[in-house]
Design a protein around this ligand. Structure first.
Ligand code: MEV
Length: 407
């Protein structure tokens, strides 16, 4: 654990920035706002930038190495939950990565396939040629050792067929790489075989980009000991039988995952869509992270598809994305996948721990009261006083805050 991050949450903003500087994790140019022209090139009809806070959840011990995790979120207590969970998990030996694989999937969808065997035979005979076309379409990815790895044709209902391609996009999320290869093959199928290709696009159900992580927690490190451990395991069991609860359980996981995706400039919608589809892949929507009691230890496991990257698109341009990379100190997309899965698991643990002990409101109350105080127009000096008043009066409302400020 690094000294600079000790009691990070108690430091002033200025001291937190100093802590980043101490760790050589801060670039002063990042205090300046980004040139609007940069955003004007990234999206259309740009008018302004939209601010959200970036916090750091320090000291995630993953496979013996410490990571500090940048998180961008609008929700109070997400970063606090992650930090609290990371501390307990560190005391229990940290996170383990169980398995990881990383490739993207692309789909070429054929329609009016009245003779599936004929299509299958074209694909089979042309195997080498299709690989060659993929290489010509995107020579750069082959230079880095990536490219089209394999493909498989599937017959579908209503005379559809789908060619599912597996592409190694190295450290990029790879949507452009995959789509470029798909579109080159599509032209070939249309022009040289007169096949009816409906469309070609990457799939966000990233079952070839899966990471599994786990933690083992000694119940003695939890308040409430074995009873809390049992309650957390029961909360997980319940999520597996009720999709209404499983959705909220998974939403808690995505609180962490999406916050890190935003901080690192990844496509949050791609990851969200993939995660929820994967949760339902058996036909029954399931929790992405599960907790069980085994030999009196609480074991947490998460498996999540993560179609994410560390290079490409606006990632190479946006200074705060670069800052996040620096804070994370990761070199590969696989490393980012591992950290993301662990953060998701930690976030889930934090939520279940709170829900099965104090309830969610206690932790939220202070942060909620702060937001209300700000909304009521409290000055920097008044905030703590207003928060204290709202908590003591047991009624955190705008009306109460305004009433106090007026007094
Ligand atoms: C709130 O953003 C997330 C939780 O609802 C997650 C959960 O219920 O597991 C607390």
């Amino acid at each position: 654990m690094s000294k600079s991050f000790k009691q990070f949450y108690k430091k002033s903003i200025k001291d937190r920035i100093l802590a980043l500087k101490d760790e050589n994790l801060y670039d002063e140019s990042l205090d300046l706002s980004t040139d609007p022209e940069v955003f004007n090139h990234i999206i259309e009809n740009y008018v302004t930038t939209y601010e959200l806070g970036l916090g750091v959840a320090p000291d995630f011990l993953i496979e013996g190495k410490y990571f500090n995790i940048p998180m961008v979120t609008e929700e109070p207590s997400v970063v606090a939950g992650a930090t609290h969970a990371a501390k307990i998990i560190e005391r229990n030996g940290g996170f383990k990565i169980e398995s990881i694989k990383r490739s993207m999937i692309g789909q070429i969808i054929f329609r009016d396939v009245s003779d599936f065997e004929k299509l299958a035979s074209i694909i089979k005979t042309e195997e080498q040629h299709l690989h060659q076309l993929a290489k010509e379409a995107h020579p750069d990815i082959y230079k880095f050792g990536g490219g089209l790895k394999s493909f498989k044709l599937e017959q579908k209902e209503f005379e559809f067929a789908c060619l599912n391609l597996v592409v190694d996009t190295k450290d990029a999320m790879g949507a452009n790489t995959v789509n470029t290869i798909l579109e080159r093959l599509t032209v070939h199928f249309r022009e040289n075989h007169q096949l009816n290709v409906l469309m070609a696009i990457l799939s966000n159900l990233a079952t070839e980009s899966l990471v599994s992580a786990s933690v083992t927690i000694d119940p003695r490190t939890l308040k409430g000991d074995i009873n809390t451990a049992k309650a957390i395991a029961d909360a997980s069991l319940y999520a597996s039988i009720d999709p209404y609860r499983a959705t909220t359980h998974n939403k808690g996981i995505m609180n962490g995952v999406t916050a890190l995706m935003l901080a690192t400039g990844n496509d949050t919608r791609a990851v969200e869509a993939g995660a929820h589809a994967f949760a339902a892949i058996t036909g029954k929507y399931q929790p992405l992270a599960k907790w069980t009691l085994e030999n009196s230890k609480l074991i947490g496991r998460i498996t999540i598809p993560l179609n994410i990257g560390i290079i490409g698109g606006s990632m190479n341009i946006l200074p705060k994305v670069k800052l996040s990379r620096k804070i994370l100190n990761i070199q590969t997309a696989e490393e980012l996948m591992k950290v993301t899965a662990c953060l998701g698991l930690a976030q889930n643990f934090a939520a279940l721990y709170a829900l099965t002990t104090d309830g969610i409101n206690r932790g939220h109350m202070r942060l909620h009261a702060r937001n209300i105080a700000l909304e009521a127009g409290a000055s920097k000096e008044q905030i703590e006083e207003v928060v204290q008043y709202l908590i003591e009066s047991n009624s955190i409302s705008l009306e109460k805050a305004l009433e106090f400020l007026k007094k």
